[in-house]
Design a protein around this ligand. Structure first.
Ligand code: ATP
Ligand code: MG
Length: 572
C-alpha cells in the first residue's frame, strides 16, 4: 500500500481534552477522531488494528469451541423487564421508543437477549454445552465518558454466553473462557492480569476481571508479590489482627469538639491518631438508613457494603435521613445510642471487641471517648464483616505477606451466572431421564476497543506508539526518501512486493515530504519495523532496518537483496 493512496491523518498537537498518553496518541497518530463526547470514528489505521484484534478474538473464541452469532443492538424493553433490570440499569441505559411507542434500549450488554434466544432454542441435554459469542457495538450512557476509547458511550465488545447442564459443566466452560482470554491478550501484546472481582449487577458468584496494569488505570488492584493473590479493591480482602481487648475503660464521656467534623479535624483537635477513632457513616440502603462503622484511618468500601447487605442501591444518606436516624448531623454521628434505637449498625470485622475508641456522640459538635464495642454498642454478631477498602501494606488474605497496590484497566471479565437469568426466562432442557432442569449460565466480555487503547497505554514512548507486530495497522513502513529517483523507487517497490508475498502488512511512505517528517510520523504511528530506502543510504551500503522499539544505535544496514529477510526477522 502506498501512503499517498490511503487517508492517514496525523496531528502535531495533543487534543485538548486528552488526559492520558494513550488518548493523546490515539488521536495524534490517526487511529481515531472524536465525533462528540464519548463517541469516536475509527480512521483507516485504527480500522486495521481493530480488525486484527477482532480476528484474534474470533480465532480464540472459535478454538475454545464458542460459536459466533450476531444479535440486534436494539433490544425490546420486555426482555429487560423479565429480569427487573429495566429498572435497575438506571440512567446508564440508552432508551428510546419506536413509532408504535414500544420501549426499547440500545443494548449495554445482552444477557437477557441471549437467554431469550436460548430459551426457545434449547430443549434437550444433547444440545449442551453450548457457548455463543458476538462481536458487537454496545451502548452505555456513562456518567463521565473519558480517556478516549477507555470509557466511551459506544464501544465494541465481544460478549460470549455459555449454557450448561450443571454446575460442574459450567465450571469447565468458565475456565475454558478464562484461558482463552489469557491467550487473546497475550496475542495482542497486552500484559493482562486476571484478578478476583465483584459480581456487581451480574450476581455475586465467581468472577475474574482481566486488567492491563497501567498507572492510568481507573481500578485499584491489591496484589501479593509473594503468592500472586490479586483482587480488585472493590473485593480485595486482608488478613487482619483482631482489635486488642486490653484493659477496662470507664463509661464513655462526651468531649466538646466544636467545628471538627472529619476524622482528620477531630484527630488534630484532640491530638490523638486517626486509628483511635471509629468512622461512622449513615447510608441510604434501598431507602432505609444503615450505619456503617470502620476504623478511623480506613475507608468504607461501598461495594462490600452493598454485597454484604444484598442491597440494590447503596448511597450516602441525605441530611434529613442522617438526622432522623442518629439525632445529629454527619460528622457527629456514632454507634452509641442513636436517636432511632432500631437503626441497623454494621461494622468492619476489625472492630469486633474494640475498646477505648472515640466516636461521634450523636449530638452536634460532640464526640464520645472510651467507647467499648462489646459494652456500649448494639451490633449483632453477624453484622461484623469485611467492609473496608484494602490499602498498600495490608496483609494478603492467602499468605499473610504485605500486599501492593497497583492500577489496572479492565479489558475483560468472566462471570459465573448460575441460574439468575435462566430462572427468569425459564430456560430448561430435558435431561437423560426426561426431567426438566434449568440451564446454568456464564457470561464473558472483552472490551475490544478498550483493549486497543490499553495496548497503546502499555506500549508507547515520548515519540509515539510502539505497536506489537500482531496488531500493528501496518507491520512495516518503508520510508521512501527519494520518490523521484527511479532506481530508489524500484528497490522500494521490490521490497514492498517481496514482503507482501510473505504476508507482511507493509506501507510505503511515498509522500513528497522531508525525511524528518516521514521519520516523525513513522515513530508517532508506531509501525513495528521501519525500513529506510534512499539514495544516500543505498550508496552507503543499503536499506536501514530498525525496530520501532529499538533506538538508532541498533539500526542495521542491509543490502537490498537481503532487506526482506532482515525485516521478517525483525518482526519476530
Ligand atoms: P467498567 O467497570 O469499566 O465500567 P464494566 O465492568 O461495567 O466496566 P462489563 O459489563 O464487564 O464492563 O463489560 C465487558 C467489558 O467491556 C469490560 O471489561 C470493558 O473492557 C468493556 N467496557 C465496559 N464499559 C466500557 C466503556 N464505557 N467503554 C469502553 N469499553 C467498555
Ligand atoms: Mg466488568
Amino acid at each position: 500500500m502506498k501512503w499517498t493512496k490511503t487517508f492517514i491523518q496525523t496531528l502535531r498537537e495533543d487534543p485538548q481534552d486528552a488526559e492520558i498518553d494513550s488518548h493523546k496518541l490515539l488521536v495524534r497518530a490517526g487511529i481515531c477522531r472524536k465525533t462528540a463526547s464519548g463517541l469516536f470514528t475509527f480512521m483507516p489505521l485504527g480500522m486495521r488494528t481493530l480488525r486484527k484484534i477482532e480476528q484474534i478474538v474470533r480465532e480464540e473464541m472459535d478454538a475454545a469451541g464458542a460459536i459466533e452469532i450476531l444479535m440486534p443492538a436494539l433490544q425490546p424493553a420486555e426482555l429487560w423487564q423479565k429480569t427487573g433490570r429495566w429498572d435497575t440499569m438506571g440512567a446508564n441505559m440508552f432508551r428510546l421508543r419506536d413509532r408504535a411507542e414500544h420501549e426499547m434500549a440500545m443494548g449495554p450488554t445482552a444477557e437477557e437477549e441471549v437467554t431469550d434466544l436460548m430459551t426457545n432454542a434449547i430443549s434437550s441435554y444433547r444440545q449442551l454445552p453450548v457457548t455463543v459469542y458476538q462481536i458487537q457495538t454496545k451502548f452505555r450512557d456513562e456518567t463521565r465518558p473519558r480517556f478516549g476509547l477507555m470509557r466511551s458511550k459506544e464501544f465494541i465488545m465481544k460478549d460470549a454466553y455459555s449454557f450448561d447442564v450443571d454446575a460442574e459443566a459450567a465450571d469447565k466452560s468458565y475456565w475454558t473462557m478464562y484461558h482463552a482470554y489469557e491467550r487473546i491478550f497475550a496475542r495482542c501484546g497486552l500484559k493482562a492480569t486476571p484478578v478476583q472481582a465483584d459480581g456487581g449487577d451480574m450476581g455475586d458468584s465467581m468472577t475474574h476481571e482481566f486488567h492491563a496494569l497501567a498507572d492510568a488505570g481507573e481500578d485499584g488492584i491489591a496484589c501479593c508479590p509473594v503468592c500472586g493473590y490479586a483482587a480488585n479493591l472493590e473485593r480485595a480482602e486482608r488478613k487482619f489482627t483482631a482489635a486488642e481487648a486490653a484493659g477496662e475503660f470507664p463509661l464513655p464521656t462526651e468531649i466538646h469538639t466544636p467545628g471538627a467534623k472529619t476524622i482528620d479535624q477531630v484527630s488534630a483537635f484532640m491530638g490523638v491518631p486517626g486509628s483511635a477513632f471509629v468512622k461512622s457513616l449513615v447510608y441510604d440502603v434501598d431507602g432505609k438508613p444503615v450505619m456503617v462503622c470502620v476504623p478511623g484511618d480506613r475507608d468504607v468500601n461501598d461495594v462490600k457494603v452493598k454485597r454484604f447487605l444484598g442491597a440494590k442501591k447503596v448511597e450516602l444518606a441525605n441530611n434529613a435521613m442522617v438526622l432522623d436516624a442518629t439525632g445529629a448531623n454527619a460528622g457527629s454521628v456514632g454507634p452509641v445510642k442513636p436517636a432511632d434505637a432500631s437503626l441497623r449498625i454494621i461494622a468492619d470485622q476489625s472492630l469486633r471487641g474494640a475498646k477505648g475508641r472515640i466516636v461521634g456522640a450523636n449530638k452536634d459538635d460532640y464526640h464520645l471517648k472510651d467507647v467499648d464495642f462489646t459494652r456500649d454498642v448494639k451490633i449483632a454478631d453477624a453484622d461484623f464483616a469485611d467492609l473496608i477498602v484494602c490499602g498498600a501494606g495490608d496483609l494478603c488474605p492467602k499468605c499473610g505477606k504485605p500486599m501492593e497496590l497497583k492500577r489496572g484497566i479492565e479489558v475483560g471479565q468472566v462471570f459465573k451466572l448460575g441460574t439468575k437469568y435462566t430462572q427468569a426466562f425459564h430456560t430448561v432442557y430435558k435431561s437423560e431421564t426426561a426431567d426438566e432442569k434449568l440451564c446454568i449460565m456464564g457470561c464473558y466480555g472483552v472490551g475490544v476497543t478498550r483493549t486497543l487503547q490499553a495496548v497503546i497505554e502499555q506500549s508507547h514512548d515520548k515519540d509515539g506508539i510502539i505497536w506489537p507486530a500482531s496488531i500493528a495497522p501496518y507491520q512495516v513502513v518503508i520510508d521512501l526518501l527519494d520518490p523521484d529517483d527511479a532506481e530508489v523507487v524500484k528497490i522500494a517497490e521490490e521490497l514492498e512486493s517481496q514482503l507482501e508475498l510473505q504476508g507482511v502488512d507493509v506501507i510505503v511512505d511515498d509522500r513528497a515530504e522531508r525525511p524528518g517528517v516521514k521519520f516523525k510520523d513513522a515513530d508517532l504511528i508506531g509501525f513495528t519495523v521501519r525500513a529506510v530506502v534512499g539514495k544516500r543510504g543505498l550508496e552507503k551500503g543499503g536499506v536501514e532496518v530498525k525496530r520501532r522499539a529499538e533506538d538508532k544505535s541498533q539500526m542495521k544496514i542491509v543490502p537490498p537483496a537481503e532487506a526482506a529477510a532482515a525485516i521478517v526477522a525483525a518482526l519476530g
